[in-house]
Design a protein around this ligand. Structure first.
Ligand SMILES: [Zn+2]
Length: 694
């Protein structure tokens, strides 16, 4: 806080996690704007304003703290009110005996022509639920970019400047045909659309138990300039890069908890998607290269012999091999001879989405890890120079992440992993991620590692991102923390974000719990509530509560149980409790369901005969284990651990210390807890955190 001020921290959070990474990597670059420096105002006036703002913010923090300080032992240790377990989800947190989920397969054919996508999809919907369905709900995400969308209206209400905007006059899907196989014949069903949602009425209900219906939709849309910082187009030297996502009508998830999970796409909250197979045919101008979710089925039609040979070489190489060298990008000889557009065919199995990118100026390189082809596609201007490295290291970063997460959590299950440079700051799709063409150096590592980390959450473990952003961004940021440490050889790349002091600050700033639906989190708090706080509390749970071995066993079991399925928060909590054998309701209640803060304190230290009586108090809303270090006058040192259950009855714990006079007592001497007030953690003489001279 010092030197930056709460407003500064909030300003950083406003831009999301990527901006937070920037703070870590280049604090000097962002500090001037944080201080609110403006050449027009006098320095003294600015200083006065800054002080006034800081005073007001300090008062606000103090008020919030006092509200959250009341420690209620009974409430803190009360069992969480989780949904009743049953045949679909069992009490141990695993899918139940009768667990089911729907399946959605897609066959999509589109053409890219002059900033426009046009084509047809055939959806095969399999109803594995025990319910008869009278309609199919489809998401029309491009409709967000209409100037009159719910998202646009919401952005206007919020002041117009939102990261996930990009509304324009011709935005949105044009749906020119809808057909459904009703009673063995493709006919036009009744359907209605509202904002980003479409309901297709089936006439005859679709029976339970694996029955199928086929739906065809003809669609087109103008590619947005900036599609909510998740897709769009970027002009580059001599050409263009399209990043295409949310580009075809996608079916909403139907599950045992909410039935249809239809809700409008407002821009901030992400998705909750069904698994299935994709067959996709993408027709683009001949001079364009395509990279996409899935395996390329017709390389002999769309690649030159030299490119196919280079790809074969790359598969066996640990180092990146150029498929298109920087000096070849955009050259005629990089395309098969001829004039007509080319159709690129891809197949992807067991994925929840499909994205692609295409450019007439891609530099393209690749390497292999086991049988995974790791690739990067970027413009010449993304290559680094004397000032630092750039996208020429992307494949190395991606390869590290794919290998590391595979070895640590669950093997990467797909045939390709691709990083594409473009307009989007950082966005994840199965087998393909979009990162900013401007990213460089450590920041490019961090954003690449983050986006491909999403392979595990939510691409493999298919949670509901829109309701539970923390199970997507938070879990991913948690695994990124350890990936960064390994890549940097022991130095945490996200270190400052995960430091106890930063977590303490983070727990004080947001006004709502982590357990807040993504669209209800103020944009300024997204970075903390969806990313850093849930990640940091998982680090706490791993390092301070369960220990790495037990935590990792539980986390791996959660991934194993829910891979390619749809877990709810209760399934995660129950799995961690099941594997660890510990009741962790108090932990998840305080850190995830509530917005409690931690404040452990030394209330008094008194000498009674031969013993010293130390009174600890829990002055925050959440109980945590307490570790204390006692230094005696003779220089001896002892450590005491107070288990969390010591707070079950009240907020006071008395420690009787036998032996000689005590010189110094300190709570959390290693500084691992996110205690909001460390001033009351120490009693006595001796320099804080340092051993006094003997
Ligand atoms: Zn993310």
């Amino acid at each position: 806080m010092k030197g930056i001020g709460a407003a500064g921290m909030r300003a950083l959070h406003a831009a999301g996690p990527v901006a937070l990474l920037m703070l870590v990597l280049s604090p000097l670059a962002v500090l001037p704007s944080l201080a609110g420096f403006s050449p027009a105002g006098g320095l003294a006036a600015q200083e006065g304003q800054r002080e006034a703002r800081e005073t007001a913010e300090a008062a606000e923090l103090a008020r919030r703290d006092s509200l959250r300080r009341i420690f209620d032992p009974a409430g803190a240790f009360e069992p969480l009110d989780l949904p009743e377990p049953g045949e679909f989800r069992d009490a141990a947190g695993a899918p139940g005996e009768a667990y089911w989920q729907q399946r959605v397969d897609y066959h999509i054919r589109v053409t890219l022509d002059d900033d426009r996508i046009e084509g047809t999809e055939r959806i095969t919907y399999t109803n594995n639920s025990p319910d008869s369905l009278t309609s199919i709900w489809v998401q029309l995400d491009q409709n967000l970019f209409r100037e009159t969308s719910y998202g646009a209206l919401r952005a206007e209400e919020l002041g117009g400047e939102v990261r996930h905007g990009g509304f324009f006059k011709d935005g949105g899907f044009v749906i020119s045909g809808v057909r459904a196989d009703l009673g063995g014949e493709m006919t036009v069903p009744e359907y209605r659309t509202e904002d980003t949602m479409m309901e297709i009425l089936l006439g005859e209900p679709l029976p339970p138990g694996g029955s199928q219906v086929e739906v065809e939709i003809d669609f087109a849309f103008e590619i947005p300039e900036t599609g909510g910082d998740r897709m769009g187009k970027l002009d580059i030297r001599g050409g263009i890069i399209y990043q295409l996502a949310q580009w075809y009508p996608r079916v909403f998830t139907y599950d045992d908890v909410n039935g249809w999970n239809q809700s409008p796409f407002l821009g901030q909250g992400e998705w909750y998607l069904e698994y299935g197979d994709f067959d996709v045919e993408l027709t683009v101008p001949r001079d364009f290269i395509v990279v996409a979710t899935g395996e390329l089925l017709n390389p002999e039609e769309v690649l030159t012999l030299m490119q196919r040979e280079r790809l074969a070489e790359a598969r066996l190489s640990e180092e990146a091999v150029h498929i298109i060298r920087p000096d070849e990008a955009g050259e005629d000889h990089t395309r098969p001879p001829g004039e007509a557009p080319l159709t690129w065919r891809f197949r992807a199995e067991n994925v929840r989405d499909f994205a692609w990118a295409t450019s007439d100026r891609f530099v393209w390189d690749a390497a292999g890890w086991e049988d995974v082809l790791i690739m990067s596609a970027y413009p010449q201007e993304s290559i680094g120079g004397p000032a630092g490295s750039g996208w020429e290291r992307s494949t190395e970063y991606l390869r590290h992440s794919v290998r590391y997460y595979s070895e640590k959590w669950l093997r990467y299950p797909y045939p390709v992993a691709i990083n594409v440079a473009g307009l989007a700051l950082g966005m994840e799709y199965p087998m393909i991620v979009f990162c900013s063409w401007r990213s460089r150096g450590a920041f490019l590592f961090a954003v690449t590692d983050h986006e491909i980390g999403h392979t595990w959450f939510p691409m493999i473990v298919g949670s509901d991102e829109r309701r539970y952003a923390w199970m997507d961004e938070g879990f991913n940021t948690f695994i990124n923390y350890y990936s960064g440490i390994e890549f940097a050889g022991g130095e945490p790349i996200l270190g400052q974000l995960m430091s106890p002091a930063q977590i303490a600050t983070d727990t004080r700033l947001p006004s709502s719990p982590v357990y807040t639906p993504a669209d209800s989190i103020p944009e300024a708090d997204i970075g903390v509530l969806a990313y850093n706080k849930p990640a940091a509390v998982l680090v706490l749970l791993r390092e301070e509560i369960l220990g790495p071995d037990v935590f990792d066993e539980g986390f791996r079991e959660y991934i194993r149980r829910w891979a390619y399925k749809h877990p709810q928060p209760a399934d995660f909590i129950r799995t961690m409790e099941d594997v660890s054998g510990q009741d962790l309701d108090w932990f998840f209640r305080g850190w995830i369901y509530d917005d409690a803060i931690l404040d452990q304190a030394i209330a008094s230290v008194t000498r009674v005969g031969d013993t010293t009586r130390v009174v600890f108090e829990n002055r925050g809303g959440i109980p945590m284990p307490l570790e204390a270090r006692i230094l005696f006058q003779d220089g001896e040192e002892q450590r005491y651990e107070v288990p969390v259950d010591a707070w079950q009855v009240d907020g006071t714990y008395v420690l009787e210390v036998p032996g000689g006079p005590v010189r110094n007592v300190q709570i959390d001497p290693d500084g691992v807890m996110p205690d909001v007030n460390r001033g009351n953690n120490v009693w006595g003489r001796g320099i804080l955190g340092r051993r006094p001279p003997r």
